[in-house]
Ligand binder design. Structure first.
Ligand SMILES: *[C@@H]1O[C@H](CO)[C@@H](O)[C@H](O)[C@H]1NC(C)=O
Ligand SMILES: *[C@@H]1O[C@H](CO)[C@@H](O)[C@H](O)[C@H]1NC(C)=O
Ligand SMILES: *[C@@H]1O[C@H](CO)[C@@H](O)[C@H](O)[C@H]1NC(C)=O
Ligand SMILES: *[C@@H]1O[C@H](CO)[C@@H](O)[C@H](O)[C@H]1NC(C)=O
Ligand SMILES: *[C@@H]1O[C@H](CO)[C@@H](O)[C@H](O)[C@H]1NC(C)=O
Length: 448
């Protein structure tokens, strides 16, 4: 089954799915409901709280991964009528596997999936994140309106917003808290991540870049490549007095071969072209001023090749930024070079697709501009945190075809700021790299 279809089906059903848990852990959960949110002995207090505090019907939903059909058991619960307004409810059918009827315990893996659906991470990552963020999430509450919620619930609310993109009204209902609280918890989570955990998307220092460049070399044959630069735009929908206003915001990323983000710059308005954004970014200044990519050069046939990034044709060619040849001579090393660049760009496309896996970034972000930017930052930081933990819950499928990409790009090629000497130096580097890739590919028939 198409996993995206399943995911969207799942997120519209999250409320019902969660109720399955009620039947899963009846003993741990019902023993001590009042202290559940603060008790660390309860295994799943967050979800339990979510369950007990929602008015949703006690209907069990089972998911059959191999079947397109979702089966809902006939419910004998007196509360089931409260689901009548659920648009997604399907016809009941009688062929449902009896082992999945209500009060039956679904297989454990489907339980673990709930964390993925609600929070885009595994249960253990959620617990790890809770303990990490706990002291930070619980401070700086509004003075007049203290938020009396555990760190776990706060994190749950914020992550649910990021992961599913559900509206605040909906989240408020699910968590039985006010919309104000939901907004507050989401902002607080984004703020904590963006201020205290910004280093999770920090650029490695020149020594740490060695494994990065060697994995790119394995892929392409190019030595000394330290990352892929790419850029995308997210729409933001802000509520004006009478109607929604749509704007867009740029996110520029650099990633390594494992799709980990090495640098992100977000916040420029979307009408700026990619190369303009680059030139205004701290990345550009840091490289130009020798603070980044200042590791040792590699000598190839007498040409000194510094550490560099690669990108697409929307960017200028610079000594530290290799882009494809604009009009490659066919059947030449230029064509090989371009093909290698496209292959190396795939991890960046995968990262962008993964960011859009977060429900909030999957459609126009319904937040004020500043908060929207913080959401992009938070999702990027979480993306890296998950990768570091080998938690692939939010990672997009590997991308095989770069031609699918491009609809969000704005190319304003702009070489006006480059001196001729810079352009010549960059050209020399690109030419020597092109020879290199050609040699690596075809030792017998050098084409250059
Ligand atoms: C929701 O919260 C209110 C207090 O904020 C409480 O009185 C009510 O019982 C809760 N509802 C459920 C279903 O837990
Ligand atoms: C389900 O089966 C019962 C009898 O077992 C039947 O009366 C009912 O009409 C069936 N419902 C559907 C939706 O097929
Ligand atoms: C916070 O909630 C706990 C129980 O969940 C309650 O005992 C306490 O009085 C509440 N504090 C405030 C300030 O509302
Ligand atoms: C580079 O990334 C691709 C795609 O994720 C992966 O298949 C490949 O093994 C990686 N190569 C290295 C050397 O890490
Ligand atoms: C590279 O930049 C870093 C930080 O800006 C600096 O500490 C380091 O000394 C520089 N390395 C070289 C070789 O200049």
């Amino acid at each position: 089954m198409d996993s995206r279809l399943l995911a969207s089906l799942l997120s519209s059903l999250v409320s019902q799915i969660l109720l399955v848990l009620l039947f899963l852990f009846p003993t741990t959960n019902t023993n001590n409901p009042s202290s559940s949110s603060s008790s660390s002995s309860s295994h799943f207090p967050l979800l339990f709280n979510l369950l007990t505090s929602t008015q949703f019907a006690a209907t069990s939903i089972s998911l059959h991964p191999n079947s397109k059909k979702r089966k809902r058991s006939s419910s004998s619960s007196p509360l089931s009528s409260s689901q009548a307004d659920d648009k997604e409810i399907e016809e009941e059918d009688n062929d449902s596997d009896s082992s999945f009827s209500s009060l039956q315990i679904p297989p454990p893996e489907s339980y673990m999936d709930q964390y993925k659906v609600c929070f885009k991470m595994s249960c253990s990552t959620f617990e790890w994140l809770t303990s990490l963020l706990e002291p930070l999430l619980e401070c700086r509450d509004p003075i007049n309106l203290p938020i009396n919620l555990s760190a776990e619930i706060r994190l749950g609310i914020g992550l649910f917003r990021l992961a599913t993109g559900s509206g605040y009204e909906d989240i408020a209902r699910r968590f039985n808290v006010s919309e104000f609280t939901c907004r507050f918890c989401t902002k607080q989570l984004c703020r904590v991540l963006c201020t205290n955990f910004r280093f999770w998307v920090g650029f490695p220092n020149s020594n740490e870049l060695e494994p990065v460049s060697s994995s790119f070399e394995d892929v392409s044959g190019f030595p000394n490549c330290c990352g892929v630069l790419d850029c995308t735009r997210f729409k933001i929908s802000t509520k004006g007095r009478e109607h929604f206003r749509e704007e867009s915001v740029v996110a520029q990323i650099v990633v390594d071969n494992s799709s980990k983000i090495l640098s992100i710059v977000a916040g420029f308005r979307g009408d700026k072209g990619d190369s303009r954004v680059l030139k205004c970014s701290s990345l550009y200044n840091d490289v130009e001023e020798g603070r980044l990519l200042n590791g040792s050069s590699v000598d190839i046939e007498g040409v000194s090749v510094p550490q560099y990034l690669i990108s697409d044709g929307g960017y200028p060619l610079l000594p530290w930024l290799m882009v494809p040849f604009a009009n490659p001579v066919s059947a030449s090393c230029e064509g090989d070079f371009n093909a290698a660049i496209q292959k190396m760009r795939l991890p960046a496309l995968r990262t962008l697709a993964s960011l859009r896996n977060w429900g909030i970034l999957n459609k126009p972000i319904e937040e004020e501009y500043k908060t929207a930017v913080a959401c992009i930052g938070a999702c990027s930081i979480l993306h890296n945190a998950l990768l570091t933990r080998d938690d692939f819950s939010a990672l997009a499928e590997e991308i095989e075809d770069y031609s699918m990409h491009g609809q969000c790009c704005q190319y304003y090629p702009d070489n006006s700021l480059e001196e001729n000497t810079v352009v010549n130096k960059a050209s020399d580097i690109r030419n020597v790299l092109a020879t290199k890739v050609s040699e690596a590919r075809d030792l017998n028939q050098p084409t250059c």
